[in-house]
Design a protein around this ligand. Sequence first.
Ligand code: SAM
Length: 219
Amino acid sequence: MFRTVAAPDGRGDSRPRGERSQRLRAAAALGSLLLLVVSDRGVAATPDYEALRVAPYAVTPEDIADEMLKLAHVGPGDYVVDLGSGDGRLVIRAVSRFGARGGLGVDINDKLVAYANAWAAEQGVSDRVAFHTRDLFATSVSEATVVTIYLFPKIMARVRDKLLAELAPGARVVSHDFPLPGWRIDRIATFAAPEKNDTTGRRDAVLYLYTVPARSAGQ
Ligand SMILES: C[S@@+](CC[C@H](N)C(=O)[O-])C[C@H]1O[C@@H](n2cnc3c(N)ncnc32)[C@H](O)[C@@H]1O
């Protein structure tokens, strides 16, 4: 469903020039990352990458990332987790632009995780965010007050069950493009996204906001 995209090299990125150059400096610090091309087959990654992969790499455009965080009303009280964190943009922006108290990103692609950690250092938020090479289904989200996702439709029911089992009531979830089946949607917001790079060919982004409901007695 997603088109393979260039690795963290700024191509097709809507990020302002200053931010792009910061990201390039972060990549330069990692040496070969500037040359990395992420593809579904060609990327160097953890040995079980293919077995665990539930979504290929496609970036959420920067302005859409901001809309996701706005939709969840991310602020100083929040701890934001991005499941399948890619280059780290959601979590880094949550802290650096929205003032979240902390954040975590997990991705099975170790190059992306290294890149995200370098970018976090570049942005001066390493003390508040962390990125780990880890299967999202093996990652607890119980500390999160906000979870962001941009994953594959066929695993959304499994993701929904995990989120509902682990998140505290009142936690918010924002999903990019793909709804969580059977969970009442609080808000849907659609934005133009001409720079979108997935294989759907769509040039918009649909964001779905959910809130974890109060648990009934005995749950
Ligand atoms: C569509 S990208 C979204 C990246 C980022 N969240 C964003 O919105 O820009 C999905 C990401 O999920 C990662 N991924 C796929 N399967 C995973 C798994 N089982 N555990 C953790 N990450 C996974 C991919 O490597 C990819 O970086």
